[in-house]
Design a binder for this molecule. Structure first.
Ligand code: ZN
Length: 183
């Protein structure tokens, strides 16, 4: 089992790496995973995710303020009087639809960031094979679906399916790394 995450800001930045099979895998794959997480930091993905997360919460709060007392909502549910409790229930129904579309956009952005961090790791370490190896083992450990439908990926996957990540890394290996003098 393995996972890694970048967290914190300023002097409290941390990369957490959890890997129960490090002795069997060797050090190159954990280094590739660390380089991927450093890529998130160098490209300010953590900051972007924090700002978009705050924006997301702001949109929902604005929606809550505007809609909790919207009489049309109460009329739509055949209510004859205004109720804060009922307004909260209506808001939860409405916010589910809004959240779906915001989630699609945020997942799309997150998957772009994963590709960018993969590319950063391959260029920085000069070794894309270790990252592809780590990704493949991770997908086996997690019993990941290798080819989910794109309509399912769009709202549900913050990380691209592993084959979609491996393909660009293999292209990096044959062209970019040679140009960069890494291999
Ligand atoms: Zn990542």
């Amino acid at each position: 089992m393995a996972w890694a995450v970048f967290t914190g800001s300023g002097k409290n930045r941390r990369i957490l790496l959890f890997d129960t099979r490090i002795a069997r895998r060797g050090i190159s794959e954990p280094v590739a995973v660390l380089a991927h997480e450093m890529g998130h930091y160098r490209m300010r993905h953590t900051l972007v995710r924090m700002v978009t997360g705050i924006g997301h919460a702001g949109v929902l709060l604005i929606l809550l303020v505007v809609k909790i007392s919207d009489l049309r909502l109460f009329e739509a549910f055949y209510m004859t009087h205004e109720s804060t409790y009922a307004g909260l229930v209506f808001f939860s129904i409405l916010s589910g639809q809004v959240n779906f579309f915001i989630g699609v956009a945020m997942n799309w952005m997150s998957r772009r960031q994963e590709y960018a961090a993969d590319y950063f790791a391959a260029r920085t370490t000069g070794d894309s094979k270790s990252l592809t190896g780590a990704l493949k083992k991770l997908s086996v450990d997690n019993l990941s679906h290798l080819e989910p439908h794109e309509f399912y990926v769009a709202p549900n996957y913050s990380h691209p399916p592993v084959p979609s990540r491996v393909q660009p890394l293999e292209r990096v290996e044959t062209s970019e790394l040679e140009q960069a003098g890494c291999v």
